[in-house]
Each structure stands twice: as C-alpha cells, then as structure tokens.
Ligand binder design. Structure first.
Ligand SMILES: Nc1nc2c(ncn2[C@@H]2O[C@H](COP(=O)(O)OP(=O)(O)O)[C@@H](O)[C@H]2O)c(=O)[nH]1
Ligand SMILES: [Mg+2]
Length: 226
C-alpha cells in the first residue's frame, strides 16, 4: 500500500484541529470546479484545500453536499466505487480567514467489486496527491462506525505517518440508535487506535447532525496553519 520510494513534501499540517471552536462559518457560494484523473490536472494555484478521504460508500459526497448546503453538488452514488476522480469544489465563505478554499472529494478505497487494476491505482494516486499538494491544509477522514474495516485503520495510520492529523468523522450517525452511539464511537476509536485527545465528530448528511461542528474543525485547521 505504501511504496517506500515516495518522498513527501513537508506538509504544513501539524496540529490536530480543535472541535467546535470559533464562530459558525457563513457560506457564500459553493461550485463544482473540476474532476481530475491525475494530479497533473489539479489546480495550479495556491488556494488552500481540504480533502475528504474514506472508503467507497462511506458517505464522502453526501457529507460534502451537507457541508455545502446543496442537494447534489457532489454526486452521491448508489454504486460504490464509481468515483475514481479527484473532484474539486470551490467554496467562498464570509469568514475572513476562510474566504476561499477548495473542498476535495478524493476517490474512495476498498470496494471489492471494483476491478483489481482500478483498485491498484488508488494508492499511487493518493501518494502523489499527498506528496504534491503543498496547499493541502486539512484532511477529513470518514469512517462508518457500523462498518469498520481493516483498511480504515491502515489508511488512518498511513495518513498519520505522512504527518497529517486528520479530522475524524463518524458518518451516517443517524443510522446508529442513540442508545448505541457511545459504544459504537468507542469501537471506532479502538479500531483506529485514537488517543483520548483526538476528537471524533459524529455526522449525518441526513439529519445534519455534526455539520456545524465539522465546519468549526475545518475552519480551525485551515486558520491554525497560517
Ligand atoms: N442514512 C444515511 N445515509 C447516508 C449518509 N451519507 C451517505 N449516505 C448514503 O450512503 C450511500 C453512499 O453515499 P456517498 O455519499 O455516495 O458515499 P461516497 O462513496 O463515500 O461518496 C448513498 O446511498 C447515500 O445516500 C448519512 O449521513 N446517513
Ligand atoms: Mg462519492
């Protein structure tokens, strides 16, 4: 999964994002910018970017739509594993420290029915993305607490080994009964071997639970890094 030959650009992400601090971010606009089959097609400017990483079908596109208050800006797929492109969305907010940034929907991993040749392209594409995108300010790592998979733990470890401190989101929390939530989130924490200081934001694209908290975490991650 991790070719040892790749040398990473010194990423500027060091601090874990704080959760829920700062004012709520007021969204001004959100637009699809482009889909990139390789990093050569990614924007060549210095706009800060925040990337969403997670297994196929975990709810990345839905979460992006919820964050951006749009029904179908990012394509939600009933067929897991369809997105093999890096999708860029350009976001403007009224927040003075977050005027403009890119929200990036990265291809999902781990869908067994996808052709092996396609699955094998995922890790090199991600290697290159993380190595090249020095404008990357934060990574939102999505996990479904109901469907914990070994590859989630591996990918999380891999992100941390690259010096990233991802914002951890537990997706589809509306599907977890309230009585089960603390147990479910504890299992997620154990699976990813998170220490106590690392927050997990429970989110739902359906009920919008956690969306404002996630905005706060994105804002502090981008702002803190300046
Ligand atoms: N109940 C519920 N379903 C969700 C949520 N987020 C995504 N889904 C569903 O999960 C499936 C995959 O979602 P999608 O956003 O395409 O996942 P992606 O492959 O990670 O981009 C779709 O059928 C969505 O409707 C959520 O918060 N709650
Ligand atoms: Mg998607």
């Amino acid at each position: 999964m991790r070719p040892s030959t790749v040398r990473y650009a010194p990423l500027r992400i060091r601090k874990a994002a704080r959760v829920g601090d700062g004012p709520i971010v007021k969204l001004l606009s959100a637009d699809f910018l482009k889909s990139c089959a390789s990093t050569a097609q990614c924007p060549r400017d210095t706009v800060p970017e925040v990337a969403c990483v997670g297994r196929s079908n975990v709810g990345k596109s839905s979460l992006i739509n919820a964050l951006l208050n749009r029904k179908a800006l990012a394509k939600v797929s009933g067929t897991p594993g369809k997105t093999r492109l890096i999708n860029y969305f350009v976001v403007h907010t009224a927040d003075s420290s977050l005027r403009r940034f890119y929200l990036v929907d990265l291809p999902g991993y781990g869908y067994a029915k996808v052709a092996k040749s396609v699955r094998e392209q995922w890790a090199p594409l991600m290697e290159t993305y993380f190595a090249e995108r020095t404008q990357l300010r934060s990574v939102v790592f999505l996990v479904d607490a109901r469907v914990l998979q070994p590859q989630d733990a591996l990918t999380h470890r891999w992100l941390r080994e690259m010096g990233l401190e991802p914002i951890i989101v537990a997706t589809k929390i509306d599907k977890v009964a309230r009585s089960q939530r603390s147990r479910s989130l504890a299992a997620l924490r154990a699976h990813l071997q998170l220490n106590e200081s690392i927050p997990v934001i429970a989110c739902s694209a359906v009920s919008r639970e956690g969306i404002e908290v996630l905005w706060g975490a994105i804002r502090s991650a981008v702002v803190d890094d300046r």
